[in-house]
Design a protein around this ligand. Sequence first.
Ligand code: PGA
Length: 261
Amino acid sequence: MPIKGRFMNGTIVPIIAGNWKMNGLIEQLAEISNLDNMLEQMQHKAGHIIICPPATLLNMAKKCAKYGQISFGGQNCHWEERGAHTGDISAEMLADCGALYVILGHSERRMEHGETDEIVQKKVGAAFRAKLTPIICVGESEKERKANMAVEKVLSQIKNSLPSEAKNNKIIIAYEPIWAIGTGLVPTLDEIKEMHQKIREQLVNLFGEHGMQYPILYGGSMKPDNAKNILSIKNVNGGLVGGASLKTSEFIKIIKALDEI
Ligand code: PGA
């Protein structure tokens, strides 16, 4: 895929990923076919588009994207391949439904389901086993940001949530400050720049030159009106978008922001 603008000389293809969370019934699949049609019509080439719908829609969503302009991902998986884990879904099951990606360690899962870095690390290993690319979420709370602990927190999450096999696999990191998720608040551009730079350094510390290849997405109240500024920051290789990904009319504006960079 030819990559335009600022990303042309870099090896990282920018990514805009939509995280639908626990939203979406069968009728919302129309949003997927609309998006796929629009991307086809505008001959979109500036980056890679991913939607992570609820697992119940994954297989149908894949079929709705008939031009193949969208890749799909799950929002969570168990670390085991199969077995007595009522209500859980394995990475292999997501792959079987057409997923290529899986979001892991989202702060909502860390908070509502007590997922620790250790658990996230096991899940990342499961994603590799099923040949899924994990989108690993990290981010500080408001309290940690105010106490100047944000960088420390995020770097330790990265260190402890990634298994050593990450070196031989594709991974995507999503920096999502918890206080910015769904609130309309966003860090300043300088704060985002600083954090993404530190994350890049941490990835290089841990994985050598491989650490230069991993996309680092920003997430937390990314909207059409702030996307261009955020996506223009060095070491921001795309976005993980919650609320604004649910409506194609909004999401497409964020995708178009990539073309303007
Ligand atoms: P938001 O969510 O864009 O609605 O803030 C982002 C996320 O939680 O991935």
